[in-house]
Design a binder for this molecule. Structure first.
Ligand code: BGP
Length: 463
C-alpha cells in the first residue's frame, strides 16, 4: 500500500461558470457573451446557460461528491454573479445567499471548500469598456470584488486562490485564438500577463490586510505547469525550451513564489520592445505578496523544438518566434482531447518546486482525462466503466507519491472534475468527471472511477 500524508486532500475541482449555469446572473462573463454572439463556436452549440445545473441542484450534487469520498472540492465564485455594480463593487443579495448555502453545504458534508476568484470569467462589460486585463483599472476592480468575497465568506473558507490558470487567458484571448476575443497580439499578451500577476499580488495584499491569514486562512494561486521538455539535446532545442519555460511557466511562477519576474524574461521583452508597463509601487507589491500555497494543474507535458524560422523574421512580435511545439513520435496520447499522457511529469514538477521554489506547500489542483462518448463504456447496470480513468489517476498518483517520498511538500490531489461539466468551447464533448451527467435530463450517476476513488480516500492510499 502506498500511503499518503495525513490530512491529504482527496478531491476534485470545478468552476462556477462551468457548473452553475447562468441562472439569476446579472452580468455576462466573457463566455456567456461569446455564446450569445457566436453559438456555433461551441461544440453542438451547447453554451453555459444550464451547464451542470449546480445553481439548482447543488445539494444533490454535493451529496454525490460526498459519496465518492471527496474531502475537499475547489470551485469558483463568479464575479459576474456576486457583484451587482461592477464599479462600486456592491454585492448581489441572491448571489450572497447562493454562495453562503453552497459553502455551508460543503462544510456540512465534511468537504473543505477551496475557492477561486477568477477562472477565465471576467465580466464582459469590463472587457468592452476597458480592454479587460489590459487595464490596471480592471485590476483594482478585481481586488474590490475579491475583498467582498473575503469579507462575506472568509470566516468559513480557509483556502483561497486568486486565479485559475492565468496563462490560459494570455494564450486563449491574446495569442492562439481559443477564447473570446480571439486576438493575436503579442504586446497586449505581455501586458495582460503582467496585470494578471499584479491582480493576484494585490488581492493577496487585501486578504492579509483584512487579517484573514491570522485566522487560519491561506491564499494561493492555481497555475497550469506543463513542464517543458526539449526535443533534443541540441543547443537550438535547449534554447527554445529555456525560453518556453520562462514564458509559459516562470512568468507566473516566479512572481507568485519569489516576488519578482525572471530577469532573463524581462531582458528579452525589453530587447524586443514589448516590455510591460509598470508603476513605481509594483515592485514592492510583488515582493510583499507572494502566495501561501500553490495549486498545480497538470494535464500534459509541453514538448518544444527550435522554431523553423529565425527569431528576427519580419512580423509582429509573438513568443513563438522562440519556440515551436514538438510532436514527439511514439508519444502516448489521449486522442479524444489531443493531449499527450505523461504521468512522470508530476514527479518532475514536484521536484522542481522542491528544489527551486522553496518547497512551498502545494497540491495537484487539476489533473484528468477528457474522454468522448463515454456511453460506449456503459455496463448493463447503467454505470460507465471508465477503467482508463482509474489507470490514468493511479499512474499520476504513483509518481506524485514518489515525489512526496523524496521530500516534496505536496498536500493533495484533485481530479478535474467531480461531475461532468461544461468545457468552454468543447462544451460537453469530453467528459472528465467521477460522476456522469446526462445533460438532457440532468441525471447524475457515479462512474466506476468514483467508486474506486472512494476506496482510495478511505484508505488514504493506493493498494
Ligand atoms: C483546465 C481548466 C478547466 C478545464 C480543464 C479541461 O485548463 O482549468 O477549466 O476546462 O482544463 O480542459 P477542457 O475544458 O479544454 O477540456
Amino acid at each position: 500500500m502506498k500511503k499518503f500524508p495525513t490530512n491529504f486532500w482527496w478531491g476534485a475541482a470545478t468552476s462556477g461558470p462551468q457548473s452553475e449555469g447562468r441562472f439569476a446572473k446579472k452580468h455576462a462573463n466573457m463566455f456567456d457573451y461569446w455564446y450569445e454572439i457566436e453559438p456555433e463556436a461551441f461544440y453542438n452549440q451547447v453554451g453555459p446557460d444550464t451547464a451542470s445545473n449546480f445553481y439548482n441542484s447543488f445539494r444533490e450534487d454535493i451529496a454525490l461528491m460526498k459519496k465518492v469520498g471527496l474531502n475537499s472540492v475547489r470551485t469558483s465564485i463568479q464575479w459576474s454573479r456576486l457583484i451587482d455594480d461592477l464599479e462600486a463593487n456592491t454585492v448581489n443579495p441572491a448571489a450572497v445567499d447562493f454562495y453562503n448555502q453552497v459553502i455551508d453545504c460543503f462544510i456540512e458534508n465534511g468537504i473543505r471548500p477551496i475557492i477561486t476568484l477568477h477562472h477565465f470569467d471576467l465580466p464582459v462589460e469590463l472587457y468592452h469598456k476597458y480592454g479587460g486585463w489590459e487595464s490596471r483599472h480592471v485590476v483594482d476592480l478585481f481586488v474590490g470584488f475579491a475583498e467582498q468575497a473575503f469579507r462575506l465568506f472568509g470566516d468559513r473558507v480557509k483556502d483561497w486562490t486568486t486565479h485559475n490558470e492565468p496563462m490560459v487567458v494570455v494564450d486563449g484571448e491574446y495569442l492562439y485564438q481559443f477564447h473570446y476575443p480571439n486576438l493575436v497580439d503579442g504586446k497586449k499578451a505581455v501586458q495582460v500577463a503582467y496585470n494578471l500577476n499584479l491582480a493576484s499580488a494585490k488581492a493577496i495584499a487585501k486578504y492579509r490586510a483584512l487579517g484573514l491569514d491570522k485566522d487560519g486562512g491561506r491564499i494561493g494561486i492555481v497555475l497550469n505547469l506543463t513542464p517543458t521538455y526539449a526535443a533534443s539535446e541540441s543547443a537550438a532545442d535547449q534554447e527554445a525550451a529555456r525560453f518556453a519555460e520562462l514564458w509559459n511557466n516562470k512568468m507566473f511562477l516566479e512572481p507568485a513564489i519569489h516576488g519578482h519576474f525572471p530577469a532573463e524574461l524581462e531582458d528579452v521583452l525589453r530587447r524586443d520592445n514589448v516590455i510591460w508597463q509598470t508603476a513605481e509601487e509594483d515592485k514592492e507589491i510583488f515582493k510583499r505578496n507572494t502566495v501561501d500555497f500553490l495549486g498545480v494543474n497538470f494535464y500534459h507535458p509541453n514538448r518544444v523544438k527550435a522554431p523553423d524560422i529565425a527569431p528576427n523574421s519580419v512580423g509582429d512580435w509573438l513568443p513563438t518566434r522562440y519556440f515551436d511545439d514538438y510532436q514527439m513520435p511514439g508519444r502516448r496520447m489521449n486522442i479524444d482531447k489531443g493531449w499527450e499522457i505523461y504521468p512522470k511529469a508530476v514527479y518532475d514538477i514536484a521536484i522542481n518546486i522542491r528544489d527551486n521554489y522553496k518547497n512551498i506547500p502545494g497540491y495537484i489542483s487539476e489533473n484528468g482525462m477528457g474522454v468522448s462518448r463515454e456511453e460506449r463504456f456503459l455496463d448493463e447496470s447503467g454505470q460507465i466503466q471508465d477503467d482508463y480513468r482509474i489507470d490514468f489517476i493511479k499512474e499520476h498518483l504513483e509518481w506524485l507519491h514518489k515525489g512526496i517520498e523524496e521530500g516534496s511538500n505536496c498536500f493533495g490531489y484533485h481530479l478535474w472534475t467531480p461531475i461532468d461539466c461544461w468545457s468552454w468551447t468543447n462544451a460537453y464533448r469530453n467528459r472528465y468527471g467521477f460522476i456522469s451527467n446526462d445533460i438532457h435530463t440532468q441525471i447524475k450517476t457515479i462512474k466506476k472511477s468514483g467508486q474506486w476513488f472512494k476506496t482510495v480516500t478511505t484508505q488514504n492510499g493506493l493498494s
